[in-house]
Design a protein around this ligand. Structure first.
Ligand code: GTP
Ligand code: ZN
Length: 368
């Protein structure tokens, strides 16, 4: 099924049962204190433009001027997953205005250590965060620790998902390694290839429960979400790389309803939580192009067969030095390596396209 069709089926224009979107008593009660406003959940964010779902369907939304007065603090802006209060549910092709954010149950954010105001909200009100790591090339205990910290900070419950079990032949050793850092956290082993462990994941998913998947690029998050959806709603890496349009252009739904109940949040920010690839890809387009020819999508360019990078290094079409600086930058750009300033700029870019655009936006909203 095409994505458009999926969206149409999903969004019957009238009488949406918001419980399916995770509405519960806590939000209902808080929402009821705002007279004349309607409750809705943020389903998409594109810079200053939002989409929200209310009982009458999905509509475009923007924030009220009040938000812009606090613009130095990005965490006070709505994020995907937020429950918000809007002033109309039928905007007749226009926009509704978001006036309040209801108290968040959990907040997934990236932040720079030791700085204030450096938080950037990636998604809100997630119940369970699946930390995905593949059992082959991506396997790294330190990375799990880092993701666990992020997940615990969020107030959502983390569950470790070890993917691609079909590619692993030393599972007991890897499980023992994981056990040493995963105290109190459930660990699931699964394979989208042969279906192992997918039932177990389903036990964490149910009506009104909001889930999210984080983990390095290529560990199989999209594939897993597609399996839970029962259809290919997200384009997986393999398909993206085949696509003539290239793989930097994909936009897709940021909030998905699962057929057997439950909500998956999958925002671009979530995909970038591990490594900031935006500028890296641009600066090292040549290297990314070569890497795209590696036999394995998640090639570490170290020991895998069919590695195009090692081939290029051997025949000197790629210089060792350039590859070394790419790797260095890649390390520096990992989540924990970003300086406060880099994070701040990146956040502004993501939300507003740039500093000037942000200033213009704030000015405009204040005028309204
Ligand atoms: N062998 C095997 N391959 C898998 C499995 N799950 C996913 N893959 C493959 O791994 C590659 C990456 O999968 P994706 O689902 O696109 O990975 P992702 O985590 O969504 O990656 P990003 O979108 O970049 O964050 C694809 O070629 C998949 O076909 C699995 O269980 N076993
Ligand atoms: Zn390679």
């Amino acid at each position: 099924m095409l994505l458009d069709e999926y969206i149409r089926q999903d969004l019957n224009p009238v009488n949406i049962n918001l419980k399916n979107y995770g509405l519960n008593e806590r939000f209902e009660q808080e929402g009821a204190t705002y007279i004349d406003l309607f409750i809705a959940r943020v389903t998409e964010q594109h810079r200053e433009l939002y989409k929200v779902i209310s009982e009458c369907g999905e509509i475009d939304a923007s924030v009220s001027g009040k938000f812009a007065y606090n613009a130095d603090d990005q965490t006070s802006f709505p994020a995907v997953g937020d429950w918000v209060m809007i002033d109309r549910v039928d905007a007749k092709g226009g926009k509704t205005i978001i006036h309040h954010i209801l108290r968040r149950k959990s907040v997934l954010s990236r932040q720079a250590a030791g700085t204030e105001n450096a938080g950037q909200i990636i998604a809100a009100n997630i119940d369970t965060i699946f930390i995905c790591m593949s059992l082959n090339a991506d396997f790294n205990i330190r990375r799990i620790e880092r993701y666990l910290t992020i997940a615990w900070d969020s107030m959502a419950t983390p569950v470790i998902v070890l993917t691609k079990s079909d590619l692993c032949d030393d599972l007991p050793q890897k499980l023992a390694d994981i056990a040493s850092v995963s105290m109190g956290v459930d660990v699931i082993t699964c394979s989208s290839e042969n279906g192992d462990g997918l039932d177990e994941i389903s036990t964490y998913v149910g009506q009104g429960k909001t889930i999210a998947f984080i983990g390095s690029s290529g560990v199989g998050k999209s594939t897993l979400i597609n399996r839970l959806m029962g259809q290919d709603v997200l384009r997986t890496k393999a398909i993206r790389e085949d696509d003539a349009k290239g793989r930097h252009t994909t936009t897709h739904r940021q909030l998905l309803l699962l057929p057997n109940g439950g909500i998956v949040i999958d925002t671009p920010g979530m995909r970038e939580l591990q490594i900031y690839t935006g500028n890296l890809s641009k600066t090292f387009e040549d290297i990314e192009e070569i890497a795209a020819r590696c036999k394995f999508g998640d090639c570490s360019h170290e020991t895998e067969p069919g590695c195009a990078i090692r081939e290029a290094l051997k025949n000197e079409t790629l210089s060792e030095k350039r590859f070394a600086s790419y790797k260095k930058l890649q390390r520096e750009m990992s989540y924990s390596g970003l300086s406060a300033r880099q994070l701040e700029n990146e956040k502004i870019n993501r939300m507003f396209g740039g500093k000037d655009e942000m200033k213009r936006f704030i000015k405009n909203v204040k005028k309204r």
